[in-house]
Design a protein around this ligand. Structure first.
Ligand code: SF4
Ligand code: SF4
Length: 432
């Protein structure tokens, strides 16, 4: 493994850093999780990495094996016996470097394994904790580490040719929509994935158009704009907190009562479920996925939609929105309101397979060959629906599938549900 983030850290310091990090995170719940595995192997059948390769190293619970080993040796009730009789060997630096592949390159933190475990073990949460320990040991993949460091320092994961503020203004001009920018005293603050700015500006325009149509008092803020959290991907807990704090502080400063997370699955998980924990108290505003917000508006009769002519259509549920976030019915309510002929994939909703790019994997270059191999499961499921339109609500899913389109010469490209909503808005008074 070559991508060691903290160069020159001695091997023993790496191991000690990882183990200290893991021990710090081990609370009663995690200890219980580690102790209660009955080695049934059922989680393997839930993980697309194992299903695609049948390689036992991709069994989800095996991905935390060094940490389980260290826990049993150092902190479990029988730790002295484990050490005395050598039942568990000390973890080596080489072992940890190999585990970088298992914890980062071959895990999307998608949570499908957690859903299926008969003992209720949240394997994905253990993997996330193990990533924290790897980060502490200087073993986060370089791409994720560098983006996290840049985002923590500047608010954006990479340098851009033009400031994002100027790019937002240009998007407003190009799509002929007013972009509310850097306003205060608003009800809603909007954030956006930088993936949308870079690749899918139509989604940014769609968000602005829908909010304007609904008459929502809202703003984008150039001092707290980017939804992605590379600290979360890299496993840097403090960096994740600092990146979240930028958005939290900005939302408080502009007096927003709601922070709307756009089409970005992991940003939703980071802000909805983890941000308050890192902030140390409840957030003084609501966090809603844009589809959740729009489904609420639909239910309240404020959002009216015309029929979309998409033909047979399938839908990719982003893991962090559906499985972890429970935002499964909201996109379906919006599609139903537009008369979309939805053809569900065999595994859909909270049981959907990950696109393969989640958890930062799409950013790790060396992970691409394995990612393509695992994606074939998903592409087959999409093809099997017979749909010719393919919608999703996550820009990283879009990026991952667009990359697959190029790699496999696949004939489909995912479209944004939000953009479809923006195209089919009906004035509140129309048709009365
Ligand atoms: S499904 Fe649960 S109990 Fe079975 S091996 Fe996986 S983590 Fe252990
Ligand atoms: S979280 Fe997803 S990718 Fe990671 S081990 Fe579990 S099923 Fe596999």
């Amino acid at each position: 493994m070559s991508d060691v983030a903290v160069e020159g850290l001695p091997a023993q310091a790496r191991v000690a850093g990882a183990m200290q990090g893991f021990s710090r995170e081990i609370g009663a719940l995690s200890a219980f999780r580690l102790e209660s595995c009955i080695h049934c192997g059922i989680c393997a059948d839930a993980c697309h990495y194992y299903v695609a390769t049948e390689d036992p190293q991709y069994t989800p619970i095996w991905k935390v094996e060094p940490f389980k080993q260290a826990y049993k040796r150092e902190a479990s009730a029988f730790a002295p016996l484990f050490r005395l009789f050598g039942f568990k060997r000390a973890v080596s630096a080489e072992q940890l470097e190999h585990w970088q592949h298992l914890l980062f390159d071959s895990c999307n933190l998608c949570g499908r394994c957690s859903l299926i475990c008969p003992m209720g073990i949240d394997v994905a949460a253990l993997i996330e904790q193990a990533r924290h320990a790897m980060f502490d040991a200087g073993l986060a993949p370089k791409e994720l580490y560098d983006k996290a460091a840049h985002q923590r320092a500047t608010g954006q994961p990479e340098a851009s040719a033009e400031p994002y503020r100027d790019q937002l203004i240009a998007i407003g001009v190009r799509f002929d929509v007013r972009i509310p920018l850097d306003e205060s005293d608003v009800d809603v603050m909007l954030c956006i994935p930088r993936t949308d700015i870079d690749h899918y500006p139509g989604a940014v325009a769609a968000l602005a158009r829908v909010m304007s149509h609904l008459g929502v008092s809202c703003t984008f803020r150039s001092d707290g704009l980017i939804a992605e959290n590379y600290g979360y991907y890299a496993g840097g807990r403090e960096w994740q907190r600092d990146i979240s704090l930028r958005l939290i502080d900005t939302a408080i400063a502009c007096k927003a009562k709601t922070l709307i997370v756009p089409e970005c699955g992991h940003a939703y998980a980071a802000l909805r479920w983890e941000a308050a924990d890192l902030y140390g108290k409840p957030l003084p505003f609501k966090v809603l996925a844009v589809t959740e917000f729009l489904a609420q508006e639909l239910g309240a009769g404020r959002l009216r939609l015309g029929n979309a002519t998409t033909g047979p259509t399938t839908f990719q549920d982003p893991c962090q929105l559906s499985r972890t976030g429970g935002v499964t019915e909201a996109p379906r309510a919006l599609m139903k309101a537009m008369g979309v002929d939805l053809q569900e994939m065999r595994n859909n909703g909270s049981f959907s397979y990950c696109c393969g790019g989640g958890g930062g994997v799409v950013d790790i270059e060396r992970a691409a060959p394995l990612r393509y191999r695992t994606m074939e499961i998903k592409l087959r499921e999409i093809d099997d629906t017979g749909a010719n339109t393919f919608l999703t609500t996550c820009s990283d899913c879009r990026r991952t599938f667009d990359d697959a389109q190029r790699h496999f010469s696949w004939d489909k490209s995912p479209e944004s549900l939000l953009e479809l909503v923006a195209k089919n808005l009906i004035d509140a008074g129309a048709g009365r």
